[in-house]
Design a protein around this ligand. Structure first.
Ligand code: GLU
Length: 421
């Protein structure tokens, strides 16, 4: 396989390499090396006809990194910048996330190279349906099950399910082809807020473990999309103080705490934090370095690097985004005693609830929001404790402890499966 130079892939591999050293006594090196590469990378050239009457050429990718534990699971990222290598990194990360949080899935991811903010709702629907038709052979409950990621949402997942039901000639699909759907179409209550809630729960565990608690803790959140805004709401609900937030347009800070409900209302109306009329407007870079107890990067990859890690004032980093911290920054944060809740743990609430949705739909059952939240809360707490205890007993940084546990599960599955000639 030929790779380009994606920073995300380089980071994912560096994290993998650090963890595989820890497992070199337990598993043969060829087995570990197998997991350094994805199982399959598919590229598609979509040609949707948009409302301007023209056929547009749009690239899309699906990567299945590993299905050792189960069907590949992972969201669809729609961004003008997404590359096949980025999707490879994200699929790899999904393998570790599913293995760590303990759901019977492997890791996969999709990318669609388009700007969702520039598409009308109708054109986005056309694009999602075009992607689904073209990737029809890859999307299946036992092969790859997509979900929302950056740039895609519940509505898009509904259109995926509808496209597949239509092609099957049935009212619905047998089994779960996609998660994160509208509840009326077989989605599950609690899925939309699951990732943000998981970020808050793991932060609460970290704060309690380190001494103190969530009450009154000062939180900065980078990113005000589904994960960041959801986390902000739950942080406030549970008594924390959100002192800083940002989206692509604006970064704001108020040491006395922002009014999150008012920010959410402003964003619902204008689609942007700009002009929210609260706090002090700061630069996006400066926000990450402002005084706080917890910094929750919930936007995109590679935000905490060797360039700013020294100046981060937070004592906890809660990684709501995938891959927000570079491997160099990890070393600095670790030396400075900053506690990192690694992405494969911190933002795993989303895929955990996707698993509940998959189970519900496959078994034609119904689950209440209460049941979903009880199960998710317990799983997040248990896995936080496992990672924390492993880091302590093995004297490892938390990311390495989480990666060690995840990689060990995947290798054990490969051994249990045995090898086909
Ligand atoms: N896109 C989310 C993630 O990165 C959710 C994946 C899923 O639910 O399959 O974890």
């Amino acid at each position: 396989m030929k790779y380009g130079n994606s920073t995300m892939l380089a980071s994912a591999r560096a994290n993998f390499d650090r963890a595989s050293v820890l497992l070199s006594d337990e598993f043969p090196s060829d087995l570990l090396q197998k997991l350094r590469h994805p199982k399959e990378r598919s590229e598609f050239r979509l040609a949707p006809q948009f409302s301007d009457g023209k056929i547009h050429s749009i690239d899309a990718f699906i990567v299945r990194h590993s299905d050792a534990i189960g069907p590949c699971k992972g969201g669809i990222r729609m961004s003008p910048m997404v590359t096949l290598d980025d999707v490879t990194a994200l699929a790899m990360e999904m393998t570790w996330k599913c293995a760590l949080i303990g759901v019977p899935f492997g890791g996969g991811k999709s990318g669609i190279v388009a700007d969702p903010l520039k598409l009308s709702p109708d054109d986005k629907q056309t694009l999602i349906r075009s992607f689904t038709r073209n990737a029809r052979g890859n999307i299946h409950p036992l092969i790859y099950v997509p979900a929302p990621d950056m740039g895609t949402n519940e509505r898009d997942m509904g259109h995926i399910k509808d496209t597949i039901s239509y092609s099957l000639g049935c009212a619905t699909t047998q089994g779960s082809y996609v998660t994160g759907k509208p509840i009326i179409m077989g989605g599950i209550p609690g899925r939309r807020e699951a990732t943000g809630r998981g970020v808050v729960l793991s932060t609460m565990e970290a704060l309690t473990t380190l001494g103190g608690g969530l009450k009154g803790a000062r939180i900065i959140i980078q990113g005000f999309g589904n994960v960041g805004a959801g986390a902000a709401e739950t942080f406030v609900e549970l008594g924390a103080k959100v002192v800083g937030v940002s989206d692509v347009d604006e970064a704001i800070y108020d040491a006395n705490g922002l009014n999150v409900a008012a920010l959410l209302a402003h964003v619902r109306k204008t689609n942007s934090l700009r002009g929210a009329g609260q706090g002090q407007v700061v630069s996006h870079d400066a926000l990450l370095e402002m005084p706080c107890d917890v910094l929750a990067p919930c936007a995109t990859a590679n935000q905490i690097t060797s360039k700013n890690a020294e100046r981060i004032q937070a004592k906890i980093i809660a990684e709501g985004a995938n891959g927000p911290t570079s491997p160099d920054a990890d070393v600095i944060l670790n030396q400075r005693g900053v506690y990192v809740i690694p992405d494969i743990l911190c933002n795993a609430g989303g895929v955990f609830v996707s698993y509940l949705e998959y189970t519900q739909e496959t078994q034609q059952e119904q689950m209440s929001r209460e049941e979903v939240l009880i199960r998710m809360d317990k799983r997040m707490k248990d896995k936080f404790k496992l990672v924390h205890d492993t880091a302590k007993s093995r004297k490892l940084p938390t990311r390495e402890a989480a990666m060690y546990l995840a990689l060990r599960n995947v290798c054990s599955a490969l051994i249990a499966r045995g090898a086909l000639p």
